[in-house]
Design a protein around this ligand. Structure first.
Ligand code: PLP
Length: 328
């Protein structure tokens, strides 16, 4: 097992975030749910820009870009994207140029992440209401154009949910296990979001490396189980290529994926998730947003209430704080 961890540690990354992120109890939530111990891991506090899970992914992705001699990072996403803003922040720190390619028309009002983008003087290209595939083609064209101009562009693919990006969450779960022993706490069940599946794939792979100290619950915020599972499996394969250590486990045995809290999918709030955006900070002084983190909490609360999990729970707060200001 030590050897596998050595291999994981030998994958190069930037060392720019603030880790380990804090772990603490949610006592008012424990009281409300009548559940003994509920923890939160504050991956919203990863230390650069508005923080969040993307810092862990970008430590790996931008190291790959740096090693390849890139000078310009191309990142794309929907309007008010966490990834675009956080990438722009990390690029400032690492002295990369950054261009964001964004769905929709140039906004009149700059709220949420868009305000931060403006403060950063991020070069944002608004390409109208296109599909994800069309956006991908636009990014590829821009990549070629920049190359012809003599620049060295690098594209961040799959919303940073690639094997290399997911390495951040392989590390995160190893970090969590170390924290459990240092803080002398026991965590049984982890709750994390599943959109493109990068966070989930990293956690699941890392948990396997550690020989399953945790049970992982993935709350889908975007796709139905089948598609999310396909994405997670694809990313795990990519991780296995990077570490050169493969496991032949079935995803169904390695985690619990649930898709009944996602409502109409990515970005579509449900009445429960919207209520959570108000209720949770009023209890715990911690903000959650409408797209990812509130849905995970709705799922976690429901599974705890229905006694579907046993033992101590831990909510992985993946961030998104700045997007909240563009959601109302
Ligand atoms: C991007 C993002 C995620 C990503 O989830 P994946 O399943 O890895 O795609 C989760 N939470 C927040 C707040 C994010 O910004």
């Amino acid at each position: 097992m030590i050897r596998i961890i050595d291999k994981i540690n030998s994958v190069k990354k930037l060392d720019i975030g603030c880790f380990p992120t804090p772990v603490h109890r949610l006592k008012n939530t424990e009281r409300e749910l009548g559940h003994e111990k509920i923890f939160i891991k504050r991956d919203d506090l990863t230390g650069i820009g508005p923080g969040g899970n993307k810092i862990r992914s970008l430590e790996y992705i931008l190291m790959e870009a740096k090693e390849g001699g890139a000078d310009t990072i191309l990142v794309s996403g929907p309007m008010n994207s966490n990834l675009c803003t956080i990438t722009a922040c990390v690029c400032k720190k690492m002295n990369f140029d950054c261009i964001s390619i964004v769905n929709g028309n140039k906004p009149i009002e700059f709220k949420g992440n868009l305000l931060l983008d403006k403060l950063l003087e991020l070069d944002s290209l608004y390409i109208g209401n296109v599909t994800e595939q069309e956006r991908g083609e636009y990014v590829e064209d821009l990549y070629r154009k920049l190359q012809e101009e003599g620049r060295k562009p690098y594209i961040i693919k799959h919303g940073a949910s690639s094997g290399i990006g997911a390495m951040g969450y392989v590390n995160a779960i190893i970090e969590l296990q170390e924290q459990c022993s240092k803080l002398n706490i026991k965590i049984d069940e982890i709750f994390a979001p599943g959109a493109n599946g990068g966070v989930a794939a990293g956690l699941i792979y890392g948990n396997t490396v550690l020989d399953f100290p945790f049970k992982i619950n993935v709350i889908s915020v975007e796709y139905e189980n089948d598609l999310l599972e396909q994405n997670i499996n694809r990313i795990i394969k990519e991780i296995e290529e990077i570490t050169a250590v493969g496991f032949n486990y079935k995803l169904k045995d390695a985690c619990n994926i649930v898709d009944n809290y996602k409502g109409k999918g990515w970005g579509a709030k449900t009445s429960e998730s919207e209520k959570m955006v108000f209720d949770f900070p009023r209890k715990e002084g911690v903000f959650v947003e409408n797209i990812y983190t509130s849905k995970v909490l709705v799922g976690m609360f429901d599974l705890i209430r229905n006694k579907r999990i046993s033992g101590n729970a831990c909510f992985i707060h993946t961030g998104g704080f700045s997007s909240l200001f563009g959601q109302f």
